[in-house]
Design a protein around this ligand. Structure first.
Ligand code: NAD
Length: 491
């Protein structure tokens, strides 16, 4: 491999002939490397008839297959999938970097955590219990957890592997069938990883991948009468539309949506750790992460020093090709995303003060990619769109606060409630703040720690339902009560 980390690449070709879980007869989608513009993969695209075919087959099979009742079979299939992912992990990580742009280190982390998520759910597949209860003399209730049926998993491009597996692994572990639709910018990594699930032990038609635009292929998944549940991860406004469409069929929805998460630094925090944490919170994956700590709430007494030092770190970050081992931040995913991010930076320039970055990188090694400098903006009015809206790029808005009450008020002033960081050495404060902040995840003296075991999800406009953990798996089950009466008379 060359010093830049770039070796030659054989364009990945995914079609039903080579990857039978992919149902696509409508054409071909190409995906391109956001760092260089090179062709990365071609993937067969699906028409409405392919989507219908996938759903019809899944619906016909899922209620009659041993899959539904055989937890040991499901565990075996999922553990094998994890093992095959592990065998192919280096290739998957490179494909992920080439298709999405994140650094190879981050891509390796995403592959590893996806494998861990499969293994966690493989273990749970044999431990989905109901309960029984004596209700009165001669009367017993048995409460069962049954699979929901056919799940449509619709996923975004920012953590394409992780966010697909976060839905698919528990859905399968609970005995459902799954039809996956990846985002059109990152179809190959999802189709390739899903295809590793394909094995003789996997019953036919229990998993399928369809590829194509959200407005047609995605919409058909949401509205098809035989889809029982939609597990959607993406933008809040798309999620609201998905929920509206799903309402006609009274379908169950799980929505993992956007965020504008506060990362709150108190004067008593460990400054070095908080600086590293604030940098990771916003610039990891070029800010394209739903839980990005995109609002830095910093106590006024340390604001100048903290923000000044964070700006130095941002300016020193090496932004480049994700395959170059020296790169600390890759490109944003597409030309369109770059334009969106630059538009927000212009809002920052006109309404506040840019104290780091503030521009695209378009010359030399950056000429063919979608690179934006890590950007920090201070002195913004609280009404600024840059304070309120999700940018989904490497842009941090600074919001100073005077005391704990003001920090809570600013943190909760967002319409989102996905994640929050708290940096302080005061244990009692972490408890008070942790209870007061309206957010699905609160990291204390850390940021972006995710585990298969612990639930994630949003308050307010950040979503409905939880993924990961035991609750995340139970979202993919229906509760049924069987009532037994052994008395000789009815009442
Ligand atoms: P997006 O909403 O544009 O697309 C997400 C998926 O929905 C894609 O597969 C897309 O094709 C599909 N889609 C679009 N319109 C549809 C429709 N009408 N019916 C059915 N499907 C449709 O989001 P994106 O740009 O791919 O991803 C970025 C967004 O995802 C950000 O807002 C980010 O915060 C959010 N996100 C949330 C989480 C979380 O866990 N809360 C995680 C990652 C990303």
């Amino acid at each position: 491999m060359a010093a830049t980390g770039r070796s030659s690449w054989n364009v990945v070709k995914i079609s039903p002939a080579t990857h039978p879980l992919v149902l696509g007869t409508a054409g071909e989608l190409e995906s391109y490397d956001p760092a260089t513009g090179e062709l990365v993969a071609t993937v067969a695209t699906s028409g409405i008839s392919d989507v219908d075919d996938a759903i019809d087959r899944a619906a016909a099979r899922v209620r009659r297959s041993p899959w539904r009742n055989d937890g040991a079979l499901r565990a075996r299939v999922l553990f094998r999938w994890a093992a095959r992912m592990r065998e192919n992990s280096e290739w998957l990580a490179e494909l992920l970097t080439r298709e999405q742009g994140k650094t190879l280190g981050q891509a390796r982390g995403e592959v590893a955590s996806s494998i861990s998520m499969i293994e966690y759910n493989a273990g749970l597949a044999r431990a989905i219990y109901g309960r029984s209860i004596a209700l009165k003399e001669g009367v017993h209730g048995v409460v069962l957890r049954e699979p929901v049926g056919v799940i449509a998993a619709i996923t975004p491009w920012n953590y394409p592997l992780n966010l697909t597996i976060r839905a698919v692994a528990p859905a399968l572990a609970a005995g459902n069938a799954v039809v996956v639709k990846p985002a059109s910018l990152t179809p190959a990594i999802v189709a390739a990883a899903m295809s590793l699930l394909d094995h003789e032990d996997l019953p036919a038609d229990i998993a399928a991948v369809v590829v194509g635009p959200g407005g047609t292929v995605g919409d058909r998944l949401v509205t098809h009468p035989d889809v029982d549940m939609i597990a959607f991860t993406g933008d809040s406004s798309t999620g609201i539309n998905v929920m509206k469409s799903a309402a006609d069929g009274l379908k169950r929805v799980s929505l993992e949506l956007g965020g504008k998460s506060p990362n709150i630094v108190f004067a008593d925090a460990d400054m070095e750790k908080a600086l590293a944490g604030a940098e990771n919170a916003i610039f990891s994956a070029a800010g394209q992460i739903c839980t990005a700590g995109s609002r830095l709430l910093v106590e006024e007494s340390i604001k100048d020093e903290f923000v000044g030092r964070l700006a130095e770190r941002a300016e020193a970050m090496r932004v480049g090709d994700g395959l170059d081992p020296s790169s600390e931040m890759g490109p944003v995913v597409s030309a369109e995303q770059k334009r969106t991010v630059l538009d927000y930076i212009e809002i920052g320039r006109s309404e506040g003060t840019i104290i780091a970055g503030g521009e695209a990188m378009e010359s030399g090694a950056h000429a063919n990619g979608h690179f934006v400098r890590p950007t920090i903006v201070a002195d913004l009015p609280s009404t600024s769109r840059l304070v309120a809206e999700e940018v989904f790029g490497p842009v941090l808005a600074v919001q100073p606060f005077a005391d704990e009450d003001e920090a809570i008020a600013i943190a909760n002033s967002s319409e989102f409630g996905l994640a929050c960081g708290l940096w302080t050495n005061d244990l009692n404060r972490t408890w008070r703040m942790g209870r007061a902040i309206e957010s699905g995840t609160i990291w204390i003296n850390t940021y972006h720690h995710f585990y298969g075991e612990t639930e994630v999800g949003g308050f307010k406009r950040s979503g409905i339902g939880r993924q990961q953990g035991i609750e995340g798996l139970l979202e993919f089950t229906e509760t049924k009560h069987l009532n037994f009466d052994s008395n000789p008379n009815l009442f």
